[in-house]
Design a protein around this ligand. Structure first.
Ligand code: CA
Length: 227
């Protein structure tokens, strides 16, 4: 069951969100200001955080920034007030995954929450931990790759990219999805970085890296792992 943290200073809003999320079956914790929120983030593990921007003591942006620099990668959805000139890019630069503008419908928020939780499940499921991708036999649990019993060295990032693609196999994964899910915001990579990693991965995975059959380029969008 997913565990959510709601950081919201307005009591009725906090209660409303809590009730609705609990009705959906989520476990919910709440915090009423930025400091309390950040403390809870640092001392618990959550699957998703709903974070108001205008908060006493510490703003939502500051909470977000602090959480990210503490190495906490839990998905964060910013709750912003209507009329507030919220710069989406700014929020995303601080490490938020998404934002939603008040007043929002509960249905809309729930849809976002579900989508993000689905996307953030980077941890490989046990039964797909061991698999074959192109030339490689891969164990995602132990980060081990072999070809004909000979170990092939993959960097941690390469494993992460491969793992993400594999969990979304046969689906189009955009470069931005990969950037969001595999890279931390601190690293500020570009889509070019993604492309370079894919080129390197293809050299290890594909029979003929110049004619990829496993990691396909989806023109203008990203990549697709075909298994
Ligand atoms: Ca507020």
């Amino acid at each position: 069951m997913a565990k959510l943290l709601i950081i919201e200073d307005e009591p009725s809003m906090q209660l409303g969100l809590k009730d609705n999320m609990e009705l959906e079956g989520y476990l919910v914790e709440t915090a009423s200001d930025g400091e309390e929120g950040l403390f809870k983030i640092k001392t618990n593990s959550f699957d998703l955080i709903l974070l108001d921007v205008m908060l006493p003591k510490l703003s939502g942006f500051d909470v977000c920034k602090a959480a990210r620099s503490a190495g906490i990668s839990t998905p964060i959805v910013l709750l912003t007030a209507r009329g507030e000139e919220i710069d989406k890019i700014l929020g995303l630069e601080f490490g938020a995954d998404d934002y939603i503008t008040k007043p929002f419908s509960v249905r809309e928020l729930l849809a976002r929450v579900k989508a993000i939780l689905r996307r953030s499940q980077l941890q490989p499921v046990k039964d797909i931990a061991r698999t074959t991708i192109g030339r490689l036999n891969i164990d995602f649990e132990s980060f081990h790759a072999t070809e004909n019993q000979i170990e092939i060295k993959l960097s941690h990032k390469e494993f992460e990219i491969l793992s993400y693609l594999h969990q979304h196999k046969n689906q189009v994964v955009s470069r931005y999805d990969l950037l969001e899910k595999v890279w931390g915001y601190d690293e500020q990579p570009t889509t070019r970085t993604v492309d370079n990693f894919v080129v390197r991965l293809r050299q290890k995975v594909e029979l003929n890296p110049n004619q990829p059959r496993v990691i396909l380029t989806v023109h203008g969008t990203g990549y697709k792992l075909v298994v």
